[in-house]
Design a protein around this ligand. Structure first.
Ligand code: GLV
Ligand code: GLV
Length: 318
């Protein structure tokens, strides 16, 4: 049996597969695998360990001759055409839970960075502009007492809320279903998306990307943001109307924004690069040693289970 791993990743995945007598072919590159290579090497693979940067569309899936499992090295799986996979009886798995804390930490890091202008002031210091303490140098926003609107109260959204509560923030959330335990634990209140955007000082996105969430935060919704609002996106760029948000940031219509993801990733809109009220990260939400190594292990275990005829550990809902 053979598994294709589409990019170099923590060694633990390879070791686990080898230990289970599964041959491993690694596309050993720092660049995403190309369509042609994916077809060439994936064609006779029994399983594929894919990354969120690999577009596994219907065209590719239909050319896989032996594949039983596609294990995505991410919690999001919008890069995979799950319908086409299902039609070919291919199981798709993801890596939930183990990257929740890493992503929630990074969300707070972005929020703090935007509110306290950490990057802007760090660049100021680095460029030798610090000439002494000043009463109004880089004034920012305090977190305590502010309202955080959590859009999507899944694992990551709730972990962000928990951290926010520790900073003394009030939590409101938008979610399909009511999360009673979460409400009780953090005194969180479920509201409509419109109300959330109107009432929040900070808005943080924690939804998967799908046809329902694409452009969910459109121009009309963005217009409802408070004048000093901060918006943070560690989910997927396509959930927000990025061009409209950029126009608002340019006009200083809101205080700022933190991005870990972009609409045309890996392209970052050039206009964003010129703004100083944004913090721009290169999609590193889950980039901790702990999370990435656990993700590699879980992805490998999902593959091993399926190839041994056992149920996958974390299949995605198809
Ligand atoms: C990262 O964006 C992930 O979906 O794991
Ligand atoms: C992902 O793990 C989520 O539920 O937010």
């Amino acid at each position: 049996m053979k598994v294709l791993i589409t990019r170099k990743l923590p060694r633990v995945a390879i070791d686990l597969l080898l230990k289970n007598n599964i041959a491993v072919q690694v596309h050993d590159s720092d660049e995403p695998i190309k369509f042609r290579e994916l077809v060439r090497y994936g064609k006779d693979a029994d399983g594929i360990l894919s990354l969120l940067t690999d577009r596994i569309d219907e065209k590719i899936i239909n050319r896989l001759e032996k594949c039983k499992v596609i294990a995505n090295y991410a919690v999001g799986y919008n890069n995979i055409n799950t319908k086409a996979a299902k039609a070919k009886n291919i199981i798709v798995t993801n890596t939930p839970d183990i990257l929740t804390d890493a992503t929630a930490d990074l969300t707070l890091a972005l929020l703090l960075s935007v509110c306290r202008r950490v990057i802007e002031s760090e660049m100021f210091t680095r460029s030798n502009k610090f000439t002494g303490w000043q009463p109004e140098l880089f004034l920012g926003i305090e977190l305590k007492g502010k309202t955080l609107g959590v859009v999507g109260a899944g694992r990551i959204g709730r972990a962000v809320a928990k951290r926010a509560a520790a900073f003394g923030m009030n939590i409101i959330y938008f979610n399909k279903s009511k999360k009673t335990e979460f409400e009780l634990e953090l005194n969180a209140q479920k509201v409509s998306l419109t109300k959330l955007i109107k009432k929040s000082d900070f808005v943080s996105l924690h939804l998967p990307l799908n046809s329902e969430t694409q452009n969910l935060i459109n121009s009309e919704k963005l217009e409802l943001l408070k004048p000093n609002a901060v918006i943070i996106n560690t989910a997927r760029g396509e959930i927000i109307d990025e061009n409209y948000l950029i126009a608002m940031l340019k006009k200083k219509r809101i205080f700022g924004a933190g991005f870990d993801v972009y609409q045309n990733e890996p392209k970052v809109n050039k206009q964003l690069l010129k703004l100083n009220n944004v913090v721009l990260l290169p999609h590193i939400g889950s980039a901790t040693f702990e999370a990435r190594s656990a993700m590699a292990e879980l992805a490998a275990k999902n593959i091993i289970n399926v190839l041994k005829g056992l149920p996958p550990i974390t299949p995605v809902e198809l």
